[in-house]
Each structure stands twice: as C-alpha cells, then as structure tokens.
Design a protein around this ligand. Sequence first.
Ligand SMILES: [Zn+2]
Length: 209
Amino acid sequence: MPHTVVCIDPGHPSETSKGASANGLSELHLNWVIANDVVEALKKDNIKCVLTKDTEDKFVTNRQRAEIANEAHAVLLLRLHCDIGGKSGVTLFYPNCFIEKEGVTGPPVAVQQSSRLAAIKIAAVLKQSLGSDLPVNTVKTDEDTYIGHKQGGDLTASVFSLVPTVLVEMCVLTNKKDDLFISSSVGQNLIDSYGSAVILIMLLEMIKI
Ligand SMILES: [Zn+2]
C-alpha cells in the first residue's frame, strides 16, 4: 500500500493543555513514544505516517493538527491520548455533528460518517486484541468530552478535519491496572511495546476498510 498515509497525532501540548500526568506517568511522553513506535512499525509495511509534530514538546494547535492530516490526504487522523479520572480502559471518540469555529463549519457529514465507522471498527479490533487485559468502552462522540460539550458538540481538530478522525484515550493514567498495562519498569523505563502493538494492529485493520 505505497499510497496509504496515516496521520498520527501524539496529543499535547496544544492550546487546550500540556497533557495529564498521574502515578509518575506523563501523558505527553506516552503519546509521543507510542506514536513513534507505531510510525516505525508501519514503515516496515510500506505505510507512510505523518506525525503532527516533530518533537515531543512542540506546541501545535488542534486546528493545525487537523490541517496537517488534510494536507497529507491521510486515510485517518488518529489522535493518541491518555485519560485521567475514575474510569478504566480504552475509549474512542468521533465527531457526529458540525459546529462553527474560527469561521469554519465542520466537519462535513461525510467525515462524521467515516469517523464513526472508523471508531466502531477500531473498537472491535481493540476488543479482540486486548481481551481481558484492558476494557474497551463503548464508542463515544466528541460531545461526550468536556471540551467537545463546551464547544457545542465537537473537538477543535474534528471541526477542521477533512479526513476521518478518531481520538483514542489509550488508558486511564489514574487507574493502576491501566498503568501496568501501558507502562513497564523493565529496562530503561520503556513503554511496554504491547501498547504500541495494539495501536499498530488496530491501524493495520483499519486501513483494510
Ligand atoms: Zn490528552
């Protein structure tokens, strides 16, 4: 698949926040490491990836993140995040309405529909590959996020995205079981490659659509 381009968006720092941290784990760092592992692995399958930033600490607005995916004509804008709070497991979010922001109304209905299909498919793949290791929660919409709700239904990147977009909260950092899954104290404090592998499997399946 030489022409397939996936846009991987390691979440933060953006105008929203620098990213969460809990139990000694930094969301910013986890997002970055997993994103890069996935890019490397996909390269071996001739799948080109575009990252939304070139260094971990680079500030990129959420609008710019979508614009990078649009310019690359990506088949998917996959946004990697980690959550905090009282929940556990993986949760996927997709836009299911359009709103107006900075003079732009979006995302288009076709993008809403393809994002929904992508989220459902990814959740199914994740369920299969994760088994009982980490729960995969019911797919949700941008409206279910704090910022999406506050903005009238969509996350900012979704408004500007012209390609299917899914945000995945890969785990809940405040949950010890999730932490064990996503991180490893073995070796040089490396991120467990299993976390990356799961995202990779999901992407490969996703591209088969
Ligand atoms: Zn985040």
